[in-house]
Design a protein around this ligand. Structure first.
Ligand code: AGP
Length: 594
């Protein structure tokens, strides 16, 4: 059951896996196995040894401290093998704690920040006063830790699992004949019918009889497990990423559904604690996010600025200057697919600390960020399994645009024009996906046989689509990609262009088109090969060496039609380069460390 759970969490990205189990006859040391590689490697190594286990914990590791090796993989065990633990997160004072445990006579057998915890627990259990139990010892160890964690520990003779959460997700599930704990609800589908969400600071002993806490601690209530498990099944597509790119007509339709008034004039994105009138009065709106979600946030901010008079700014969550941009009359919105990204979570905590109201736009229902903010809107893209985000990027922009329209004070006529086109978007994207000619394969061939490409765009919409294009290509093809706003080329990056350098130019029909033409000419006259992404059919197309024609739509909606070719290009270049595009090296789907 635990191995099956690990398999359902595989999409999150990891580099090693491990398993530990206690059997009815209470053998010690506790049976453990760990390996670099995939859960399937662990299954092979375990070779049926764990069948019939009574209590078991498993883990997939994404290396932060110490290389990707078998001995750094979790679980980590005490010297006598009677205690074993798994941990997500980072123990920031591990150096200090490791010198403490060395002085106590323990020696470390890994380079991880995790291993200190098991030795501290071992020491605590061996030295604690009479009358104290395993949970007391565990809580005492937890009180010595600094950093972030989701920890599960087992000990010979203990009929349960010790669990602790601070800054990394941990959820308890209950089924007919099991009680389980996991870092997200995916493994619970099919095994549990109820869930209880742990809060930061919770330390429990999980037993067959239920959750046991220390005196005065609040035990979370179980609630019905919502949603259904969607298997990471690419169907007729060779990879999940390609399937998810093709999911976009459906996911966009789900994002819009029920959020546009029946007369097609107004957008009504509900779920926010503040009413549209209250939001219009805030001093500023901050968006905090990472990676693709950050680029989507830049586009959303541009919508807010264009459609309202509210000051809006997007921030890379790990660089959020909360003190200078948060106060009680501000709103800070976290934008996240997983709803678990630690950097985004921390930025929201900071925003709250400095008085800002907080909200979120998340895809995963019940995720930590959506629960922390307690208000906001879901993205409704459906589960996204490929590490490289595609359908969630466009859903973020769609929901962000609905948000901007909901609070906007532009004329009804202007609003109606945008909403009319927005409603057509699923069909526009669908026909674009179906009508793709051989331009993507020609561009793929050019990119795989040339210097690294440069992505250019102009204006707050296209220059961020260009940035997303470069990120996507880097993630899944391992080609170093640059993205610059067209106007910036001449201030430095143009030095990189030589005969045959590919330049991917995003040039929708909008007020920046003629400036884009100048940028393209600057590149072309220095020998660049232009891969032009445009809906325009005018003279600009003559500048293209390879023309990727998109469908035509309202200028505000250009990021949607332009996202499709940049996603497809990244995908095909990745495949051509032999990369496992759904699980590229070094990356995790949910980044729960800082
Ligand atoms: C997207 O392709 C990336 N894998 C990554 O940049 C991601 O968008 C980022 O880590 C943020 O994740 P989140 O949306 O789950 O918060």
């Amino acid at each position: 059951m635990v191995l099956e759970g690990l398999r359902k969490l595989e999409y999150r990205g990891y580099d090693s896996a491990g398993l530990a189990a206690i059997f009815s006859e209470n053998k010690d040391p506790i049976e453990t196995e760990r390996t670099t590689g995939f859960v399937s490697d662990l299954v092979l190594k375990a070779n049926g040894r764990f069948d019939g286990a009574k209590i078991s914990i498993g883990h997939t590791r994404w290396a932060t401290h110490g290389g990707v090796t078998d001995y750094n993989a979790h679980p980590h065990s005490s010297e006598d093998g009677k205690i074993t633990i798994v941990h997500n997160g980072i123990i920031e004072n591990s150096m200090e704690l490791s010198s403490k445990i060395s002085k106590l006579g323990f020696s470390l057998s890994s380079e991880t920040d995790t291993e200190v915890i098991v030795h501290l627990l071992d020491y605590e259990l061996k030295t604690q006063a009479d009358g104290k139990n395993h949970l007391d010892a565990f809580c005492s160890v937890i009180s010595q830790l600094e950093g972030s964690w989701a920890i599960a520990a087992m000990a010979t003779g203990l009929d349960g699992i010790l669990i602790s959460r601070k800054g990394a997700p941990l959820v308890i599930g209950r089924g007919q004949d099991n009680i389980s704990v996991s870092s997200d609800v995916q493994p619970f589908y099919g095994a549990c019918s109820e869930v209880a969400y742990m809060k930061d600071g919770d330390n429990f002993l999980l037993t067959r009889e239920g959750i046991i806490s220390q005196l005065d601690a609040v035990i979370p209530e179980f609630e019905i497990l919502q949603g259904v498990y969607d298997e990471a099944d690419p169907g007729n597509f060779p990879h999940m990423m390609l399937k998810e790119i093709h999911d976009q007509p459906t996911s966009l339709s789900n994002a819009l559904s029920g959020r546009i008034s029946s007369d097609g004039i107004n957008a009504q994105l509900s779920g926010f604690e503040l009413s549209p009138e209250q939001i219009r009065k805030v001093e500023r709106i901050n968006l905090v996010a990472c990676g693709t979600a950050y680029y989507a946030s830049e586009i959303i901010c541009s919508y807010i600025r264009r459609l309202t008079n509210i000051r809006a700014e997007a921030f890379i969550a790990s660089e959020f200057p909360a003190k200078s941009v948060c106060s009680p009359n501000t709103l800070t919105i976290g934008v996240s697919q997983s709803g678990e990204t630690k950097d985004t979570l921390d930025a929201l905590f900071l925003a709250k600390k400095f008085g800002s109201k907080i909200s979120s736009l998340c895809n995963v229902i019940g995720s930590t960020i959506s629960r922390l903010t307690g208000n906001g809107a879901y993205l409704h893209a459906g589960p996204e399994f490929a590490v490289a985000s595609s359908k969630v990027f466009t859903n973020m922009i769609a929901v962000g645009l609905l948000f901007a329209l909901t609070i906007s004070d532009i004329s009804q006529k202007e609003k109606k024009n945008i909403i009319k086109e927005l409603r057509k978007l699923p069909n526009i994207i669908s026909s674009q996906l179906m009508d793709m000619d051989d331009s993507i394969s020609l561009a793929t061939e050019l990119i795989t046989n040339s210097e690294p490409p440069i992505f250019i765009g102009r204006g707050a919409l296209s220059s961020y689509v260009a940035k997303e294009g470069a990120l996507k290509m880097m993630e899944i093809s391992y080609i170093p990609c640059l993205s610059v706003p067209g106007g910036e080329l001449k201030h430095g990056p143009i030095a990189l262009i030589s005969e045959g350098s590919p330049v991917i130019a995003i040039a929708p029909t909008d007020s920046n088109l003629s400036l884009m033409e100048s940028s393209i000419r600057e590149c072309k006259s220095r020998g660049a090969k232009i891969i032009l992404i445009t809906d325009n059919e005018g003279p600009v197309t003559e500048l293209a060496d390879i023309l990727i024609q998109t469908n035509n739509t309202h200028p505000e909606l250009s990021p949607f039609v332009n996202a499709i070719p940049i996603q497809l290009l990244a995908y095909y270049v990745g495949v051509e380069n032999g990369v496992n595009v759904d699980r590229p090296r070094n990356l995790a789907k949910s980044v729960t460390v800082v």
